[in-house]
Design a protein around this ligand. Structure first.
Ligand SMILES: NC(=O)c1ccc[n+]([C@@H]2O[C@H](COP(=O)([O-])OP(=O)(O)OC[C@H]3O[C@@H](n4cnc5c(N)ncnc54)[C@H](OP(=O)(O)O)[C@@H]3O)[C@@H](O)[C@H]2O)c1
Length: 241
């Protein structure tokens, strides 16, 4: 926070604020009374309670302007599974964002990553891990919150897979999918706590197995996610991972 400022409202930039997680994060920031700026490549969709900044993390266009006059960056933007375009957004874009934030005097960058990026060598996970590294080595104090797969993503993937006659893969792998609303709440907590210089891992309360999830989706009876009240992290934060 700039000591010369009269107002003490926290000023937050949410990259990817128009995405699935961002749409849960932004209203929570507003309810906290924070001044919210959303970064998107698209024009603003009509009247907004937020300041809307068009920027492209891949090219760097607009990133410096998006990072000025801020306290905190909640960095959610990502472009999964697009090869070099993912590199440009997730790795190069994270680097550009951190540098711009440092020049602008931002005091905290919160990055949302994925549980398992350090253990599973999938290409997208490697890119998320590389982005985490940019934060760790960067000039701005940081926190990383790794979440498990969001329910809507799981439903999309399994609905697609359910169209196949046979699904090959390990059936008994447990997962702990999470409601993006709960992840959003966890990110707000991370902002409140200040830079942890560590990794917290966050997961949903249930651990269904892949077999059960596939059956549920194929049968059209997938249960609704547990309510946020029940969704205290079954896999709680592990600071310093
Ligand atoms: N989905 C999951 O299951 C899951 C699980 C754990 C962690 N996460 C992480 O959570 C974060 C958000 O995921 P999500 O599901 O909300 O993703 P999403 O709905 O796909 O949103 C991603 C956002 O990234 C922005 N973006 C993409 N390319 C950009 C660029 N070149 N410049 C600026 N912004 C760009 C997009 O903004 P515009 O289109 O508005 O430009 C979009 O709103 C990601 O970092 C992801 O890795 C996701």
């Amino acid at each position: 926070m700039d000591p010369g400022r009269d107002d003490v409202t926290t000023r937050v930039l949410v990259t990817g604020g128009a995405g699935r997680l961002g749409r849960e994060v932004v209203p929570r920031c507003l309810r906290r009374g924070w001044t919210v700026r959303v970064m998107s490549r698209r024009p603003p969709p009509g009247h907004q309670e937020v300041e809307w900044v068009m920027a492209d993390l891949a090219s760097g266009a607009g990133v410096d302007a998006a990072a000025t006059d801020l306290d905190v960056v909640l960095h959610l933007a990502s472009l999964p599974y697009r090869g070099r375009r993912t590199d440009a957004v997730d790795i190069g874009g994270t680097q550009r964002l951190i540098q711009a934030a440092a020049r602008a005097g931002v005091t905290h960058v919160v990055y949302v990553s994925i549980v398992g990026v350090d253990a599973i060598p999938w290409p997208y996970f490697r890119k998320k891990l590389a982005a985490e590294e940019r934060l760790r080595r960067g000039p701005v104090a940081w926190s990383i919150v790794r979440a498990t797969q969001f329910y809507p993503l799981l439903d999309t993937v399994l609905s697609w897979a359910a169209r196949l006659p046979v699904l090959a893969g390990p059936a008994d792998v447990p997962g702990r999918p999470v409601d993006p609303a709960d992840v959003a709440a966890r990110l707000i907590t991370a902002v409140d706590a200040g830079p942890s210089l560590g990794v917290a891992e966050f997961a949903g309360p249930e651990a269904p197995h892949v077999r059960a999830d596939c059956r549920a989706v194929a049968g059209g009876y997938r249960s609704a996610p547990a309510s946020p009240a029940e969704a205290a992290p079954a896999w709680p934060a592990r600071p310093g991972v």
